[in-house]
Ligand binder design. Structure first.
Ligand code: TYC
Length: 101
């Protein structure tokens, strides 16, 4: 009869998975007024005037600009809220989300 070997209980692995992050991206268009884009960035993303101006100008010049990074739910909620603000004023202003990496 084989000996019974008692092994110590394996340590439970520390399982702290990092939440996946999503970028909110501002897309340029030809119709939304610059100052309206800045207003939306300040109110939805809590940016300063300077930060909002920088992001708006980058999107204007390059076609798109990363606004901020959040967990998926928050990114989608903010992108929707910001896009809706444009829609409520008849502007085609659009924000999208994209998974990081
Ligand atoms: N291109 C717009 C204009 O010239 C301004 C604008 C900038 C619109 C950035 C959207 O994401 C945007 N009025």
């Amino acid at each position: 009869m084989p000996d019974i070997v008692l092994l110590p209980k394996p340590q439970a692995k520390a399982k702290t998975e990092r939440p996946k992050l999503y970028k909110v991206i501002l897309l340029n268009d030809d119709y939304t007024p610059r100052d309206f884009v800045v207003k939306v960035l300040k109110s939805v993303f809590r940016m300063t005037e300077g930060e909002a101006l920088g992001v708006m100008l980058t999107a204007h010049r390059k076609g798109a600009c990363v606004v901020a990074v959040f967990t998926r739910e928050v990114a989608e909620q903010k992108a929707r809220q910001a896009t809706d603000m444009g829609g409520q004023h008849g502007y085609p202003l659009a924000f999208t989300t994209e998974k990081e990496q």
